[in-house]
Design a binder for this molecule. Structure first.
Ligand SMILES: Cc1cc2nc3c(=O)[nH]c(=O)nc-3n(C[C@H](O)[C@H](O)[C@H](O)COP(=O)(O)O)c2cc1C
Length: 367
């Protein structure tokens, strides 16, 4: 039988900061919308994550840090005690099975709908610029609502939401947290000048636009230390809904990454290209050069196949690779890659909110 571990060290143990991994194949964060309205992880979620435990690291689905941070129905949260207890069942089961799991901390910013917000208030954003994107409410797909701009004196509360969620994550037994600063959600809305037109200390210059994410990193690392905190960025992702690139991607993200070095984070995680769509990068942008500004470990993601993962690892371009969609339909992805077993394709119908169907009913291969 083929054993691809002889061709690559992707199947060998490594460390991302203080997090020890049994291999370099990680599971990318995947929203699956199988959690109830209260955002409390359930037994089905436990089964789903445990099925994927052979990933060197599981990065959980994006998890709301507050009721204000929520933009999609049936997604989990990490701000109430019941949510902590629900997640504890997941992390305990993962640890018993020998795996590692971090939680992705999420605030959607303007990608929300008044139906999902406390008291039907407007979603919050750096500036009053509406996304043309869709969100999922209890009624199905809806256009996102017009946001309101956060006042300067409300920013400390946003940072506190992240800090509180980080504390909850610790009590929930996670191995660390990933700060979701990608895919055009709140932190990236502040970072990009296309979505941040503020005139206070959180808008204008690169230093000002990077301020919120750096203050969030400071708050989260005050709970966890740097070595168990990762961050996800998507410098060139043009997501659905009116989120153009920053006018100077290299300067803005370069500044941010250099500042992040101060926190000695566990890892930097890039979506290379436009999330889930393609690996295209504008000519004047060099993601490998940006990544090399970071002193710590690096996870690469987006449209990787096994051969690309092997070659980028062999070139020293990545420390680990995150696979997203392949983990949906191949719970035993690590073993399949290792033994050269054909992968099962997934189609979009399985992605969101259909109970066990398309979620926990993918079969393992024989090996
Ligand atoms: C169903 C689905 C849900 C996703 N949910 C998240 C998420 O919660 N957080 C996140 O940062 N990215 C999310 N993504 C993006 C993936 O993490 C990943 O970047 C993307 O699928 C590209 O990787 P792949 O080609 O290996 O699938 C999602 C993608 C899909 C298909």
């Amino acid at each position: 039988m083929t054993d691809n571990s002889l061709r690559t060290d992707l199947f060998s143990p490594t460390k991302l900061g203080e997090i020890e991994l049994s291999n370099r194949i990680t599971m990318a964060p995947l929203t699956r919308s199988r959690t109830g309205e209260e955002g409390i992880p359930n037994e089905l979620n436990v089964t789903y994550y445990v099925q994927r435990v052979s990933a060197g690291l599981i990065i959980s689905e994006a998890t709301n840090i507050s009721s204000q941070g929520r933009g999609y129905a049936m997604t989990p949260g990490i701000w109430t005690e019941d949510q902590v207890a629900g997640w504890k069942k997941v992390t305990d089961a993962i640890h018993v099975a020998g795996g590692k799991i971090v939680v992705q901390l999420w605030h959607v910013g303007r990608f929300s709908h008044v139906d999902l917000q406390p008291n039907r208030e407007a979603p919050v954003a750096p500036s009053v610029i509406k996304t043309t994107g869709n969100v999922y409410t209890h009624r199905g797909i809806e256009k996102s609502s017009m946001p309101r701009a956060l006042r300067t004196d409300e920013i400390p509360d946003i940072i506190e939401q992240y800090r509180h969620a980080a504390e909850c994550a610790k009590r929930a037994g996670f191995d660390g947290v990933e700060i979701h600063s990608a895919n055009n959600y709140l932190l990236e809305q502040f970072l990009r000048d296309s979505t941040n037109h503020r005139t206070d200390q959180y808008g204008g210059s690169i230093e000002n636009r990077a301020r919120l994410v750096l203050e969030v990193v400071k708050a989260v690392t005050s709970v966890w230390g740097g070595g168990r905190v990762g961050i996800r960025l998507s410098p060139v992702t043009i997501e659905v809904g009116n989120t153009p690139l920053d006018s100077n991607v290299m300067a803005t993200y370069g500044y941010l990454i250099q500042q992040l070095n101060k926190f000695k984070l566990a890892y930097l995680h890039f979506v290379e290209g436009t999330t889930g769509r393609n690996r295209d990068v504008p000519e004047d942008i060099d993601l490998d050069a940006l990544r090399s500004l970071f002193d710590g470990a690096y996870i690469g993601n987006n449209n990787y196949d096994f051969e690309m993962a092997i070659s980028r690892r062999a070139e020293g371009k990545v420390d680990a690779v995150a696979f997203g969609r392949p983990f949906i339909s191949n719970p035993d992805l690590v073993e399949r890659l290792r033994y050269g077993i054909e992968l099962v394709d997934v189609n979009n119908d399985a992605y969101f909110g259909n109970g066990a169907k398309g979620y926990t009913d993918w079969l393992k291969a024989n090996y």
